[in-house]
Design a protein around this ligand. Structure first.
Ligand SMILES: Cc1ncc(COP(=O)(O)O)c(C=O)c1O
Length: 420
């Protein structure tokens, strides 16, 4: 079968809920992927930041295969001999009392919303069914019915109603709007992405997260950070809420930059992209409101997920991926800016660490960004537009300096030769 054959089979038998770039991948290693014709590419998307540790990282794959041969699933009806080890490791790593393990990012966001509501009724004392959670315009937190209820992307919402009530929206990166919204009655939480990845890598002002945190604290409102895409070294710190940290080895949660969430949501890179693993972390005063039978998932916290997640976090630490993302991110934006200065096809570059985006000089409904991604594919680099005229660049964090320079050359060559 060739590329076209594979695409036709997917097209015929699969729901059309995605619009992939026309490339069929069959192998991945580190920062590279190969298509079925044997062509090699730089992966500049990393499965939307799930493959931070690089494709098929040997240490994570070993954890996966070793545990798969021993015990894969017990459900939570019984204890297993791995989950506790993982729970201790992940809570130590991120500095919380407890974790609630789930599988996908959307499930973890749902978990955080349920946790926040239950805390609001049972600890804060909000009257039943009145709890309200503040969210931001342009948010992306997943695809469940409740989550799309507070999206403002028409593709995500249209004809999926009736919608779940209990959410108010404010503009992103607007401290005054947050301050006003916090005065509304029965506010339980503020759910926010520290950088809006899916919306097009919108990076808020440096002080937005810390101000948001302290405003929430003043009103006894839970500050909930969705770090599904931004977390685990992607932005040059362990978490994006760490801010401009200078940590040289592991995360030191530096006092002058860290905006500590009350509830932290993780997914994607928590497994290095080999397996769906997500998590919600909080301290006992919040997490203990959940009692047996009130929330869970058959696969959440299974032994394979537990071992894979430990290995994925160890790789981030042992291979200094935080520091690498910080250093290469600066190089990338600097190199990209030089390309932009000599070309009017791209308006600007923005981002943090190795989560970046370029804005194409065309309208959001033009095909220019898509066409440019197809042209980059031909030149050996895979990226995907988000929201029309924005292209997100998020390579695996195991990239090195010469590889990022090679990628900049591919991007420059493609942009220079590109005709609209
Ligand atoms: C910030 C954020 N939250 C939640 C999700 C949903 O994760 P999943 O696709 O694993 O459900 C995503 C996915 O891109 C995301 O970027």
């Amino acid at each position: 079968m060739n590329t076209q054959d594979y695409i036709e089979v997917e097209d015929k038998y699969g729901a059309h809920n995605y619009h992939p770039l026309p490339v069929v991948l069959s192998k991945g290693e580190g920062v590279y992927v190969w298509d079925v014709e044997g062509k090699k590419y730089f992966d500049f998307l990393s499965a939307y930041s799930a493959v931070n540790q690089g494709h098929c990282h040997p240490r994570i794959i070993k954890a996966l295969t070793d545990q798969s041969e021993t015990l894969t699933l017990t459900s939570r009806a019984f204890y297993n001999d791995v989950l506790g080890e993982y729970e201790k490791y992940v809570t130590d790593t991120f500095g919380f009392d407890k974790v609630l393990p789930m599988n996908t990012g959307a499930e973890a966001v749902e978990t955080a919303l349920k946790l926040c509501r239950k805390w609001a009724y049972e600890v804060k004392g909000i009257p039943e069914n009145q709890a309200t959670i503040i969210v931001c315009d342009g948010n992306f937190h997943g695809r469940t019915t409740t989550i799309v209820s507070f999206s403002n992307d028409p593709d995500a919402t249209k004809n999926f109603g009736p919608y779940t009530p209990g959410f108010v929206k404010i503009p992103y990166n607007d401290t005054n709007a947050l301050e006003e919204a916090l005065k509304l009655p029965n506010i339980a939480g503020f759910l926010v992405e520290p950088i809006q990845g899916e919306a097009g890598v919108y990076t808020p002002n440096d002080d937005f997260m810390r101000n948001a945190k302290s405003l929430c604290a003043e009103q006894n409102v839970l500050f909930i950070a969705d770090e599904v895409q931004t977390g685990i070294a992607r932005t040059g710190s362990l978490l994006a809420v760490c801010g401009d940290c200078k940590c040289q080895s592991t995360c030191e949660r530096q006092e002058d930059t860290y905006a500590r969430p009350d509830i932290l949501i993780l997914g994607k890179a928590l497994s290095g992209g080999v397996y769906p693993v997500s998590a919600v972390l909080a301290n006992n005063n919040i997490m203990n409101v959940i009692k047996p039978g009130q929330h869970g998932s058959t696969f959440g916290g299974n032994p394979v997920a537990a071992k894979v997640a430990i290995a994925a976090l160890e790789v981030v630490k042992d291979e200094n991926l935080i520091q690498n993302a910080r250093k290469l991110g600066k190089l990338f934006r600097h190199g990209m800016q030089k390309i932009i200065d000599n070309n009017d096809l791209v308006v600007s570059v923005r981002g943090k660490g190795l989560l970046n985006a370029i804005i194409i000089n065309d309208s959001p409904d033009s095909s220019t960004a898509w066409d440019l991604c197809v042209a980059m594919k031909e030149n050996g680099l895979l990226a995907k537009p988000t929201h029309g005229n924005i292209i997100r660049f998020a390579p695996p964090l195991v990239m090195n300096e010469s590889q990022i320079n090679e990628c900049l050359e591919i991007i420059e060559k493609t942009i220079t030769a590109f005709k609209k």
